[in-house]
Design a protein around this ligand. Structure first.
Ligand code: MN
Length: 251
């Protein structure tokens, strides 16, 4: 059986005198273990070619990383805004909106879920601790597999089906979160302080989670990994026929 091609967004990082393409291997491991073919997508290239890129993929993982530039959702920068990555915003915002428009099965993780929300017209809390002080600490220092707060999941949601639970203790490594949810998205998971921790699209397979399910890739039976299996299943349903080029693609 052909493995569905799952694109995973990566970042650029300066190291040892070069600008390198950088991705936590956990994303690729989780996709591969779930039966997908992981393809790393650097934030490089002409945004006009994103339609072509999306056409080569069966599914997409929007990975975590730095803050989205608040100018992208019409807000002034908060004093506690962290590092932004203009090259990622320039690549991933149109990628997210084309992927949604073309109903490419998409799992959007942490920064990725913020990117989808902004791409579809939503806004973000720029710094949860100062803008929305509450009882839940969301930016936990330490091992990425520490489950630090619960999330209540809507029983009829894609995320609840994928993890086979309506309550899940999750890891939490974020200081931003969805503020105003974009039209055409539906909240499917919340932390005890009301922070939006999961959403889904109303059309096609689109799931956003504010936690990091990929961090559990090496943990046998971690419920979070069901998200990757569900993504790969959705992507398998739309795998393009291979080995037979279209007579004339026009591209
Ligand atoms: Mn959290």
């Amino acid at each position: 059986m052909t493995r569905p091609a799952i694109g995973i967004t990566a970042r650029l990082r300066a190291a040892a005198g070069a600008i390198r393409i950088d991705l936590d291997q956990a994303y690729a491991r989780a996709v591969s273990d779930a039966g997908g073919l992981p393809l790393v997508l650097p934030p490089i290239g002409d945004p006009d070619r994103i339609d072509d890129l999306v056409a080569t993929l069966d599914g997409l993982v929007l990975s975590g990383g730095s803050d989205v530039d608040p100018a992208r959702y019409g807000a002034a920068p908060h004093p506690r805004l962290s590092e932004v990555a203009p090259e990622r915003d320039a690549f991933e915002l149109p990628l997210a909106s084309v992927a949604c428009r073309r109903r490419l099965p998409t799992l959007a993780i942490c920064r990725g879920c913020q990117v989808v929300n902004v791409a579809l017209g939503g806004t973000l809390w720029q710094d949860l601790p100062s803008e929305r002080p509450g009882s839940v600490a969301h930016d936990i220092d330490g091992p990425r597999t520490v489950r630090s707060h619960p999330v209540a999941l809507a029983p009829d949601s894609t995320v609840a089906r994928a993890v086979a639970a309506t309550r899940l203790d999750v890891n939490s490594l974020h200081h931003q979160a969805v503020r105003d949810l974009a039209p055409d998205l539906r909240v499917t998971g919340t932390a005890p302080d009301g922070t939006i921790e999961a959403f889904e699209g109303t059309d096609g397979w689109l799931v956003g989670v504010q936690w990091h399910p990929e961090a559990f890739w090496a943990e046998d039976g971690a419920p979070d990994l069901g998200l990757f299996r569900a993504l790969v299943r959705a992507a398998s349903g739309r795998v393009r026929p291979r080995g037979r080029a279209p007579a004339h693609s026009g591209r």
